[in-house]
Design a protein around this ligand. Structure first.
Ligand code: IPT
Length: 959
């Protein structure tokens, strides 16, 4: 007998053997259960068969074994290490074979039954998720083996249980035939990563049940029918419902939507068990070429959510799942695609409860086969079809009773093939009440929606207008972007431009930003680790950190931007003067839950406030609402109305006064600073003095303004390239970072041509250019002063062939001391030309450290936009026009060179950039580049700053 036979199941394409058929998941019934989560004994072997003869046969002597926590991944608990690849299989592609080096974790748990565990024998052992292949023994009897990492598997065990000293042994293989179906872009993390539970099954208990709860918007009634394979009764006290299983009943109800997640508590009672039901009445349909719920089309404002925790990986606890849902609700997100596998089932309970539309995606991706032109793709090979159908069934049966789930997705990036068609046919047959999604087939052969990822704005617009052509079936279908706006590093740019398209064209039913959270792994030295930090021979670096949340779940500026872009109420000033237009952009809810406080601000200071009476507009409606008269006696200066839509009372997901939406309406324009050139440059002792400024007489370099020492003030065009600047490997034309470096924009030289002391100005003429190139920027610095303030006007004229945009255009200088930063302009957060929707004009303050955005891989960050004036380090700076402000304790070059946060070491100098322009951000780390209107073209430009010593020294932060 060959050694391989004992582990043949590992490389078998079949889903496994011994497990019970799939069924609905429910958390609590009155039947007993015993959680087997906790400490397990653990032994790691290098190969699948290493301990073959010593595990079951030798009586499970775990004497010298280690311990791990279940649920968990052993590679995050000190045994072996994680591996990150995007789509490349980290093993030779020879399906269904896997490498001999196959880390195998033997898990052992000894347990007693609780004293009051019922005598009658029936019991089921459930595994909610094990990656990637498990073989199970209870008390020496083998129960079976299974694959399908993020799917539940149950085994009948009652006949094997003892009162004390039960030995549960689980052998987990990192690699199996199933790994070929699980090539999602994420860390490969073996282990028992979801709950293990022993469930008592009393005689006559429920096996499987299907809650059908539809809503008829014409009559306002819901129809409920609960099918169960064990007959029983269904009661819903609030609705006066008490019917037999299988029997439909129609009653007036309030419908469930993600905006109004009305649930009715019920009970399914059979002879042996009472199962709590949470029923949401809603009807999903495809009609008039649109996805409609309860008769109305909806707009997905979604995110792709992988399960992630920086220390626990995909072993999420309930608190973390709830945090995700609360963060989504508070950021106006209304939909989740569970990329790329069914989530922990409790997450869907939360989606039902708080209200989120869900695309539930099957645990299927075979992306690595793209490398071989999809040859041998399992989804087009009949031998694999049973495994695919098993995965589809385990998802649908588990999750079918969740009102939040409106669409089933076959999987992600798996090419096309008969197996997918078989899955779709099975799903359509089993559950006609939902739609089917799959992005990977441009013909939409098996799907009810046309779905794409990362399509450019122009193409999305064509699709919206129905000008995209394509196969007939596809042209009839509504469109969604199941992934867009790749949120890697600084960005994504262009969100607002997508949203305008979604709102303008009915066929465009929204999208799902890629993705929710950075998959950084907490690391003692590096901060957060990403691909390559564990010595993987093949990896995709920080492509795994592309979320709207940092790994610790702090919102990134991208999430703040998304919240603003998808706000469900808009406040605009397109009507007659003195009015404001309020538009309800909810699909189902009116505005009765919101209040509309206003404030009137002059130069960012609130002068008056009140509340705007806004009618409870129905979805889609808008109204012109009269603003109060501008407050009498307000000081002169630039003024704005700011109107907020806030929660009038607390909800389950946010407190009263939580800001849902806002708008700002300019009243009067800013007066730009004027400095009469009355002071004369005064040469003397190696320096030139002009008003409060002192310059080096030979070089014209600024040395100080008042008390503030200034170093290295000069033109700057370089930024620490962002992940989007660097671009995805396959987008050679959009890799601005490479183009910029090729030109040498990161090593510009400054040639001094002249220092001219004039009547009323000091003029310094230079040419800024990189080695080896003929292009350059002729740059003139002209300084004037009225004795108190000094004005710098920078004029720059490009010469040579500038076909690429500039990263930035402005000045940079160093201050010897600065901590507190105060400014009037856009804030409070980071903003760039195409990521600026959430930036509000106001008076803001921060420390220099808090201006930094902690991208996992350091890169350009932290600019505040539209800054009229700023004070820091003893300087007051006014812009003409307004500028972008960036300040940090390291140079751009140091930021550029850093690979992890831990590489950034604060120096003594605070480096300040005042930019006239920045190139847009885009999302070409996977998607499109910034739209042309956000390009910073090399063109003649002139911009000024007025500097004066500021009253506050500004070196310490207070308040
Ligand atoms: C797309 C994948 O579906 C997703 O899982 C993720 O990898 C994303 O890209 C990038 O982060 S596929 C890509 C080829 C567009």
């Amino acid at each position: 007998m060959s050694l391989r036979t004992t582990t043949a199941y590992v490389e078998d394409v079949s889903p496994g053997s011994g497990a019970l058929p799939p069924r609905a998941w429910y958390a609590s019934s009155d039947a007993r259960s015993l959680s087997l989560n906790g400490n397990w004994r653990f032994r790691l072997s290098d190969t699948a068969d290493a301990e073959d003869d010593s595990f079951a046969a030798r009586g499970y002597d775990a004497g010298d074994w280690a311990q791990v926590t279940v649920p968990g991944h052993w590679v995050l608990q000190g045994h072996g290490s994680p591996v990150y690849t995007n789509h490349l299989y980290p093993f030779p592609v020879d399906p269904p074979r896997v490498p001999t080096e196959n880390p195998t974790g033997d898990h052992l748990r000894v347990f007693d039954l609780p004293a009051d565990w019922p005598e009658d024998g029936a019991a089921v052992l459930r595994f909610d998720g094990v990656e990637s292949c498990a073989r199970i023994w209870l008390n020496g009897t083998e129960l079976g083996e299974f694959k399908g990492s993020r799917l539940p598997h149950e085994f009948t065990v009652g006949h094997l249980l003892k009162t004390v000293g039960n030995v549960l042994a689980v052998r987990v293989h990192q690699w199996s035939a199933g790994s070929y179906l699980e090539d999602q872009d994420q860390w490969w993390l073996p282990g028992i990563f979801r709950d293990v539970t022993l469930l008592h099954r009393p005689a006559g208990s429920v096996r499987d049940f299907f809650v059908h709860a539809s809503y008829d918007h014409l009559s306002g009634t819901g129809t409920l029918r609960v099918d169960s394979d064990v007959a029983g009764r269904v009661t819903v006290p609030e609705l006066g419902v008490d019917v037999a299983t299988g029997e439909p009943v129609t009653v007036p109800v309030e419908p469930w939507t993600a905006e109004t997640p009305r649930l009715y508590d019920g009970v399914l009672a059979t002879g042996g068990e009472r199962v709590p039901l949470r029923i949401g009445f809603r009807t999903v349909e495809l009609s008039d070429g649109l996805i409609k719920v309860n008769g109305r089309p909806l707009l997905f404002k979604g995110v792709n959510r992988h399960e992630w925790h920086p220390r626990r990986g995909r072993a999420l606890d309930l608190a973390t799942m709830r945090e995700d849902v609360l963060l989504m609700k508070r950021h106006n997100i209304n939909a989740v695609r569970t990329s790329h596998y069914p989530p922990h089932p409790a997450f869907l309970d939360l989606c039902d409860e708080y209200g989120l539309w869900v695309i539930d995606e099957c645990d299927l991706e075979t992306h690595g086969f793209t490398e071989q032109g999809w040859r041998d793709n399992p989804v087009d090979d009949d031998r694999w079809t049973p495994a695919l159908l098993d995965r589809a069934a385990r998802m649908v049966e588990r999750d079918k009773n969740h009102p939040s789930v409106v669409i089933w997705s076959l999987g992600n990036e798996a090419g096309t093939g008969r197996g997918l068609t078989a899955m779709a046919e099975w799903i359509h047959g089993r559950d006609g009440s939902r739609l089917v999604h799959y992005e990977g087939d441009p013909n939409c052969r098996d799907t009810d929606v046309y779905s794409r990822m990362y399509a450019r704005h122009a193409e999305v617009e064509r699709i919206g207008r129905g000008l995209d052509g394509g196969p007939h079936r596809r042209r009839e279908l509504p469109f969604i972007l199941c992934e867009y706006a790749h949120a890697m590093g600084n960005g994504p740019g262009g969100l607002a431009d997508y949203q305008r398209l979604f709102e303008a064209h009915d066929r465009l039913q929204g999208g799902f930003v890629w993705e929710w959270i950075d998959h950084g792994i907490a690391h003692p030295e590096l901060g957060y680790a990403y691909g390559g930090d564990f010595g993987e021979e093949l990896h995709d670096g920080n492509f795994v950190c592309d979320g709207l949340l940092f790994p610790d779940r702090r919102p990134s500026p991208g999430l703040v931007e998304y919240k603003k872009v998808i706000e469900p109420v808009t406040v605009t000033a397109d009507g007659p003067a003195g009015t404001v237009r309020i538009t309800n952009r909810y699909d189902f809810a009116d505005l009765s839950a919101l209040a509309f406080p206003w404030s009137y601000e002059v130069e960012g200071e609130t002068v008056d406030r009140g509340t705007l009476p806004v009618p409870a507009l129905a979805p889609g409606e808008s109204a012109e609402v009269e603003l109060p008269a501008a407050p009498a006696g307000a000081p002169a200066g630039e003024a704005h109305w700011t109107i907020r839509a806030v929660l009038a009372s607390g909800t389950s997901w946010a407190p009263r006064d939580h800001v849902v939406a806002w708008g700002q309406i300019p009243v009067s324009a800013r007066r730009v600073p004027y400095v009469a050139a009355t002071a004369r440059p005064a040469p003397g002792d190696g320096v030139i003095t002009l008003g409060p400024a002192v310059f080096d007489a030979r070089t014209g370099a600024l040395r100080r303004i008042g008390e503030a020492a200034v170093t290295g003030l000069r033109l700057d065009v370089w930024r620490a390239t962002t992940d989007n600047d660097d671009g995805a490997a396959w987008q050679s034309d959009l890799r601005y970072g490479l183009l910029w470096r090729k030109l040498g924009l990161h090593r510009m030289r400054h040639r001094l041509d002249a220092v001219e002391v004039g009547e009323d100005a000091l003029t310094v003429r230079t040419r800024v250019a990189p080695a080896a190139r003929e292009l350059g920027l002729s740059t003139v610095y002209r300084w004037t002063s009225d004795a108190d303030r000094v004005r710098l006007t920078v004029s720059t004229v490009p010469d040579g062939d500038w076909s690429v945009p500039l990263p930035r255009l402005g000045i940079r200088f160093g201050l010897s001391a600065a901590d507190l930063v105060q400014w009037y302009g856009g804030g409070p957060g980071e903003a760039y030309p195409d990521t600026r929707a959430a930036s509000a004009v106001g008076r803001w303050q921060s420390t220099v450290d808090d201006l930094q955005t902690p991208y996992v891989r350091p890169q350009e960050n932290g600019a505040r936009i539209d800054v009229r004036w700023a004070e820091l380090g003893g300087l007051r700076i006014e812009g003409d026009p307004a500028f972008h402000l960036t300040a940090r304790r390291w140079t751009t070059e140091q930021l550029d060179a850093a690979a992890h946060r831990s590489d950034l070491v604060p120096g003594d100098t605070v480096w300040v950039n005042l930019d006239h322009g920045q190139h847009g951000i885009g999302s070409q780390s996977c998607g499109p580049a910034p739209l042309p209107r956000y390009h910073l073209r090399a063109e003649p430009a002139e911009f000024s700053f007025v500097f004066s010593p500021s009253a506050a020294t500004g070196t310490t932060a207070t308040g």
